[in-house]
Each structure stands twice: as C-alpha cells, then as structure tokens.
Design a protein around this ligand. Structure first.
Ligand code: GLN
Length: 310
C-alpha cells in the first residue's frame, strides 16, 4: 500500500516525466482555445480525506469543456427519471470522435451522455426540468461538486464557440429532426456552450473527482451532494465512454473512470481513494491531453490503481 509520502514522490516523478512530452497541438477549432500557453501543466490530487497534492500550474484557470458532460449528466440524473433519460440518450460507447454525427444519424438517438450529441440532448432535458432557471440551477451544482462558492463562465471562450460551433449546431438540428429536443436549437446550444465554458483549475477538478470517489460526499463532509446511485451511473459511463474512441485502450491500460476535455483537461476518479485533475493544453487527434493521458497511465501503473488489477 502506498502511503502519502510515497504518493508524493511518485507524483513528482510522473510530473517530471510527463513534462517532457511536447507533442500535440492546441485545439484550434474553437479559436479562443488556440491562444493559451502550450507549456502550462498542472496535476492535482485530492484524496477522500481531503489531503491534497499539487504540482505545477494548479491554480491556472481553463475552461472545463467536455468534463462538463460529467456534471451535466449528474444534474440530469438528479432531476429526471431513468426512463425519460433513456428515451433521449443511451449508455453505449460510440467508438467515434466526440463530435461525430454518423451514428446519431443512423440510430436516431445519441449513444451516451459523454459525447456531444448526448450532452446536447441532456442539456435540453435540464432545460425541461428547470425552465428559465436551468443555467443558475446547474451552475450551483457545478460549484458544489467543484468545491467552489461559485463558478465563472469564460465569456470569450463561450462566444468563440457560439460563433464557430457549426458541428454542434448540425448535431442539435439532427436531434431536433428526431424529436429529441423540446427547446429551440439555439437556446439549447447556448446552455451547452456555457457549461463547456465554465472555468476550473486542476485543484477544483481534483475535488470533483474526490466527491465521485466518495460516492457523492465531499471530503470531510457527511452530507451527500448527490446520491450514490447517481455517482455509480455517471462513473460507469465515464469508464466505458469518457475517453471517446480511446476508451477501450484507456480501460485496458489505466482502468479508471475518466473524462477528457479539449482544452487539455483530464478528470480521473479512483473510487474510494482519490480524484485527479490534470491540465496541459496540447491534445491528440481525439482531443485528449497528451501529457494528461501519459500522466494518468503512469500514475495508475506506479500506484497500482487499475480497478481490475486484483
Ligand atoms: N465544447 C467542446 C465541443 O463541444 C467540447 C469538446 C471536448 O471537450 N471534447 O466541441
């Protein structure tokens, strides 16, 4: 068993090794994501007792991007019943890119809430549950899960994506064509893009991971922020779908529920033990942080975190 000191030493080594990776590119399909410093690198751990390990740029804010899909999925599980959700989105991995349209067109229902089509359908369900208060209501839950008093939206990134997000617009129109949206396409997209533009740090992502690792309770708190059953569902989908068309390899090598975001962030949960938040903005073709994935792989291997490793 690794004690806290040993974990600190392993994290140091992993951080230094991952720092050497300089491959990958900044995501440029959202223009504002292409203007960040590519060298930024933060790695944070928050364990279920609230102990923290932070290395590098752990207070540098960045947009949460697709890690918001985890939070929106939690929100929808808290406010809509399983049957209603299942009519709009499944739980199967797509094996396709995060913004793929092919399978949605063929199957007429998004495969899972971790890809864009599924998250946009989920966003519409959140609007049905909360009406005009959907943004405020969801951001309150985001803040609690991230361990912040309140969260901010990066308006520049939001507007950048609103202006250029034609693929997401195409997905939303297709969902509308399949009668899977109850609200106008542009209104659903606005809320979806706002969720993607919430500012986080690796420290707040690690807190989110720790809440999931503790089955819905914040470290050192008794009160549940979300039901354990809801956490089980979300982590199951993270495990099978959170890394998109890299999910199989990720489970094989790392064996932990995770979610990547195209800003270069990565959330990893070690159930019962800790949450890990990583940020490094150079991403691979699948939109996952190269340093993040490498660090996740090394941490799992060296700390023996793979869920199926006996
Ligand atoms: N906001 C991004 C999009 O919808 C999120 C994608 C991602 O992080 N993989 O395209």
């Amino acid at each position: 068993m690794n004690g806290p000191e040993n974990i600190g030493r392993v994290v140091d080594e992993v951080y230094q090794e991952a720092l050497k990776i300089t491959e990958g590119d900044l995501a440029s399909y959202i223009p504002e994501l292409a203007v960040v410093d590519p060298e930024l690198f933060g790695l944070s751990i928050c364990d279920v007792e609230g102990n923290r390990i932070n290395r590098g740029n752990t207070r540098h804010p960045f947009t949460i991007q697709s890690v918001s899909k985890v939070l929106s999925h939690i929100c929808v599980l808290a406010c809509q019943d399983d049957d209603t959700i299942a009519k709009r989105v499944g739980v199967e991995p797509t094996g396709e890119d995060f913004d793929s349209i092919i399978k949605l067109d063929r199957h007429r229902r998004p495969f899972n809430p971790m890809v864009n089509a599924g998250a946009i359908a989920v966003t519409d369900l959140l609007m049905s549950a909360h009406g005009d208060g959907a943004l405020e209501k969801t951001l309150q839950l985001y803040a609690r899960m991230l361990g912040c008093a309140r969260v901010e939206i990066d308006e520049t990134v939001f507007l950048s994506e609103l202006r250029t997000g034609e693929r997401n617009r195409a997905i939303a129109h297709l969902l509308n064509n399949f009668k899977l949206l109850d609200h106008p396409v542009e209104e659903v997209l606005q809320l979806y893009f706002k969720h993607c533009s919430v500012q986080v740090t690796t420290e707040t992502l690690a807190h989110l991971g720790a809440v999931l690792a503790r089955r819905g309770r914040a470290p050192t708190q008794d009160q549940a922020l979300v039901e354990p059953d809801c956490v089980r569902k979300v982590m199951s989908v993270m495990l099978s779908c959170g890394m998109y068309n890299y999910a199989g390899q990720w489970i094989y090598e790392v064996g932990l529920p995770a979610k990547s975001g195209v800003s270069g962030c990565l959330l990893i949960v070690v159930p019962g033990r800790m949450g890990i938040g990583i940020y490094s903005p150079r991403v691979d073709v699948r939109g996952s942080s190269l340093r993040g994935v490498h660090a996740g792989r090394l941490l799992s291997e060296r700390l023996g975190l793979h869920l199926l490793a006996g």
